[in-house]
Design a protein around this ligand. Structure first.
Ligand SMILES: Cc1cc2nc3c(=O)[nH]c(=O)nc-3n(C[C@H](O)[C@H](O)[C@H](O)COP(=O)(O)OP(=O)(O)OC[C@H]3O[C@@H](n4cnc5c(N)ncnc54)[C@H](O)[C@@H]3O)c2cc1C
Length: 115
């Protein structure tokens, strides 16, 4: 049953998604003046499943003696920019986006408070 449903989802053509998105936007926003033909320049559809991660070599532990990119981005802010997203954890889950954001904001606050 699960695999049948998955095959149906994989086989849904782009035009079906596009039509449904245009219809839903029209139902929601038409009363405010929205016109799908005029206001939508294009729709990009990414089929990106829940919890999908495709790490490149070195993603988790670094490569050729160099640290992992996520370690570089997490260690300290770059000026007043600090990075926060699930990708840094390598666990595609909303909890990690929150934990990473908490860490990034704390780093910036530490920096601002110590200036
Ligand atoms: C289909 C699907 C189902 C999921 N289901 C679950 C679930 O049930 N439970 C769960 O815990 N997690 C789920 N996840 C994972 C969860 O949604 C993500 O891990 C989480 O949203 C990632 O948060 P983030 O802040 O790291 O990135 P995002 O939520 O992707 O936020 C990044 C933001 O940056 C914006 N952005 C990108 N580039 C730029 C730019 N150049 N300038 C300005 N803004 C930019 C994007 O538009 C986006 O709003 C699911 C993911 C998918 C795809």
């Amino acid at each position: 049953m699960g695999s049948v449903k998955k095959r149906q989802q994989d086989a849904t053509p782009f035009r079906d998604y596009e039509r449904q998105i245009r219809q839903q936007f029209t139902e929601i926003f038409a009363r405010s003046g929205f016109d799908a033909g005029r206001d939508i320049a294009g729709i990009i559809l990414n089929r990106w499943g829940h919890a999908y991660l495709s790490p490149a070599p070195g993603f988790f532990f670094g490569r050729d003696g160099k640290p992992a990119p996520s370690d570089v981005l997490r260690t300290a802010p770059f000026g007043r920019i600090s990075f926060a997203n699930t990708d840094l954890a390598g666990v595609m889950d909303h909890r990690y986006s929150i934990l990473e954001a908490d860490r990034a904001v704390a780093q910036l606050l530490d920096q601002v408070l110590s200036e």
